[in-house]
Ligand binder design. Sequence first.
Ligand code: HEC
Length: 134
Amino acid sequence: MMFLRAAVCLTLFSLSACAGSTAKDSDNKAPEPKVSELSLALSTAAKDPATVTAGAEVFRRACESCHGTKGDGEIGPDLTDSEWDHGGQPEQIYKVIDGGLQDQGMPAFGRALGPEKVKQVTAFVLTLSAPKAP
Ligand code: HEC
């Protein structure tokens, strides 16, 4: 019993220590400790012209009405700057598109689009905020 309590305390302690050190504006989602496999795959996809073109087409149909024709914001926020309210890691962007933001006006697209199109449109969104070559 004592052991159990100690274990729980330890867990709670490390959780709060963790939350303290990563306190940022990313709500309750702690940033990924390191770049995940999915983030890597998405970054690679964002460099593939065919994927990005497919993603742009998805964007035009599904996202433009809220995020603007250039993705620079209308009802939904500007996606062309490097400010992210819900995390700028490729995986975090994917998850917002996939699962939506409940009660915040951002619909979930995972079911409607399927993983491949969500990946494509994430790749496209990544190119919007990517630093432009001089
Ligand atoms: C019905 C309007 C609407 C549509 C359609 C829509 N969005 Fe959004 N989106 C929003 C709103 C509103 C937010 C901001 C939610 C908040 O933070 O309060 C948002 C947030 C986001 C974010 C997070 C931005 C950040 O700063 O972290 C991403 C990424 C995003 N949308 C991508 C997309 C993509 C890609 C599509 C198309 C597949 C799409 N959205 C379609 C309304 C929309």
